[in-house]
Each structure stands twice: as C-alpha cells, then as structure tokens.
Ligand binder design. Structure first.
Ligand SMILES: [Zn+2]
Ligand SMILES: [Zn+2]
Length: 385
C-alpha cells in the first residue's frame, strides 16, 4: 500500500506521519551545533505544524523527542565567540640589563578580549591580566605587579585598547582575582583617570561589590552590556579570591587558585571546597580555556625557578576544563605542607615559611652554643700555665 490514500488505516497514518517527519528533519540543515538559533526556529515551526495536525496522535511525543535531541546536539559551545591562543609569550632574558624588553605584551584573543602580560624582565612574577570589552562597559581583571607607569605603561596600554564611547573612553571596571600585590600594584595608575571604578580586594569590599550575602556560596554576575561575566568565590589561596567565567567566550579566569605551576594553598579546607564549587559550576557549561595568573612550568612540566627573570620554553598558559574538573582529586593528595601531584606543586606558604623560620632559629641556636663552647675552651687554655 502506498502512503497516499490510507486515511482509514491507523498504522498507515502513523507510517505516513513518520515519513513526513523524517522528510522534514532531513531538510533541517540548520539542526547542527553551528546554528542553534536557526534550528530552534525551524523546530518551533515544525512542532507547531505537527501538534496542530489532528491525524497524528504520536506527533507531540515525536516533537518532544526532537526537542530533546536538539538540546543535546546543540551545546552552548556553538554560541561562543571564538578566539585564538596562538601566541608566544616573551620569555624575558638571562641578562635583562643588556637585553632591553618591551615591558608589556598584549595578545588579542579576539576583537573584544585581550590578554596582557608583564615581561619577566620587568617583574619575575610575570603576571597575566585580562581585558574584556562589552557593549557598554569593559572589565579589567588584575593590574599586575608594577606600580610605576614609567616602568610599566599598563594604564596607557589599557586605555589605548578601550573603545570610544561618545567623547570619552568606555567606562572601565577594575576587579581582581585576589589581593596579593602582584595582582593589584597597577591600580594606582588608574586612580585619577575618569570613568574608572576600582574594586578593592579585601573580603568585605568583594562581598559588597559583587553582592555575596552568603560568601563563599552563590555566583554573582557583572553585566558589561551583551556580555555577562560570572563571578565565583574561590577562597583557599587567598581569603577573598574569586574566579571569573565569561559566558561570551567560555574563558575561565582562575587567578592564582589554579595555574600551570605552584598551587599555593593558604586554607586547605576552603581550597578544596572552592575546587568542588568550580567543578559544579563548569560541569554543564562550555569552557574554552582556563587562564590563570602566572606560568610557572616549562614545556616539560618542570617548575621554573622562583624569582627568575628568564622563562625559556614555558608551558602554555591555557589549561583545560578537564584539568579544572580534576582539581578536587589533586587537592585531596595535599599533605598540608608540601607535595607534588602530577605537574602541580602544592604547598602551604605559611607552613613552609614557619618551618624555614624554625630551621633558621635551630641553626642559629646551635651555632651560638658551639661558639660559646669554643670560647670557653679557648679561655681555659689561656688560663693554664
Ligand atoms: Zn597570589
Ligand atoms: Zn600571583
């Protein structure tokens, strides 16, 4: 029997309905992750015509199934604005005095997202900063390790990158991942510029500005105009540490909480809770790259020497969503003092410094005792005839 002329046969009608649906689905070239908006409008039209048809009672079910398939097959990743991490970071130099370096490097990830890095010759910390431009405001995450604009023209560089808004530059909000000096010393360069808001790094200001009534629980948002940034509390490395997630690009900015290198943990319990909080947050979200505050590994995964102005063969800055999801397991290996887990070095700076201070006191006390004993013997030897 052909599908035509089978109005009185129920099975036939069902077969005809399925065939019609298949024909329509086949002609949905836009039901692909690359065009979810077009696909959803086509689906809406298709479902409306199916549900409106009295002959096919299973069509609403098929429609729901189709909608489910569409949801699965069109992850939010497809809506992300792409960018490039094809960049070679300036490694500094073994002898910076005889090899003058540009103090700051700017990598345009895309037309409205900029990664800035202070040269290792300007500061051994060589921190990264991020400028995200929305349609009405821009956000600068961290201001680096150098206050003097003659050594580090950070404000001048950022203002050049900012788009015009009427007669002035677009308003800029300056936020930080945390309050360690290597992430906020550049604040002073912006202090007297117009249209700029600087958010202080202490916990009370961070809680108040982003509105975290139940710190460290909850997620806050910053609206830059057609670009929303999620703010996630991540204490552990620092009490008021936060990470940022850019919904537009899928970039995750993890500061010193997570980076290719040393994971300095001030509060192990808070750090693990933060790692679990982040894992919960990103599990069902697309993450293009995880970008931290420093690179402290070489390409082989070995830690670069501390305080070095030369970073040859650096590890890539970007880590992955899988790396971030694996963080709770890595932190579970932390012995509270100092250990390695994969390429990551985990340590408590406070405890390591205390242990070093204790060792120094013991060495000094032992030296003093030996010296005293030596002087007594010498004195006795002098008294003897
Ligand atoms: Zn830090
Ligand atoms: Zn840092």
């Amino acid at each position: 029997m052909t599908l035509r002329g089978c109005e009185k046969n129920r099975d036939c009608r069902r077969r005809r309905g399925r065939a019609a649906l298949q024909r329509r689905v086949k002609h949905l070239p836009s039901i692909r992750p690359s065009a979810p908006v077009v696909a959803s409008s086509v689906l809406r039209g298709l479902c409306r015509s199916l549900v409106g048809s009295p002959q096919l009672p299973i069509q609403p079910i098929l429609c729901a199934l189709l909608a489910g398939m569409l949801l699965i097959s069109s992850p939010a990743r497809s809506q992300l604005v792409p960018g490039s991490m094809d960049v070679h970071w300036n490694p500094g130099a073994p002898d910076c005095a005889s090899n003058p370096q540009p103090p700051i490097q700017v990598h345009p990830y895309n037309a409205r997202t900029f990664i800035l890095r202070e040269n290792p010759c300007a500061t051994a910390e060589a921190p990264f900063m991020y400028l995200l431009v929305g349609s009405t405001k821009a956000l600068l995450i961290d201001t680096g390790d150098v206050a003097d604009p003659r050594q580090m023209p950070l404000a001048q560089t950022v203002m050049t990158l900012l788009p015009e808004a009427g007669q002035m530059k677009m308003p800029l909000i300056i936020v930080h991942t945390h309050g360690h000096l290597d992430h906020r010393l550049g604040d002073s360069q912006f202090a007297h510029l117009p249209n700029i808001e600087i958010v202080p790094t202490d916990l009370s200001h961070v809680r108040k500005y982003f509105s975290f009534p139940d710190w460290p629980n909850g997620i806050a948002q910053v609206d830059l105009g057609d670009r929303t940034i999620d703010v996630i509390p991540t204490p552990g490395h620092y009490p008021s540490h936060v990470s940022y997630y850019d919904r537009q690009t899928g970039l995750f900015f993890s500061g010193d909480f997570f980076l290719p290198g040393r994971l300095i943990i001030d509060d192990a319990q808070a750090d693990l809770a933060s790692a679990n909080r982040i894992a919960d947050f990103i599990r069902n979200r697309p993450v293009t790259y995880v970008l931290g505050g420093h690179i402290e590994l070489d390409a082989n995964g070995e830690t670069l020497p501390l305080a070095s102005h030369y970073h040859p063969h650096e590890h890539a800055l970007q880590l992955t969503k899988q790396d971030l999801l694996a963080l709770p397991a890595i932190l579970n290996t932390f012995n509270g003092f100092y250990n390695k887990s994969g390429v990551f070095v985990l340590y408590s700076q406070t405890r390591v410094l205390l242990a070093l201070a204790l060792a120094l006191i013991v060495i000094l006390a032992a030296s003093a005792m030996l010296l005293r004993r030596y002087l007594r013997r010498r004195k006795r030897a002098e008294v003897r005839p």
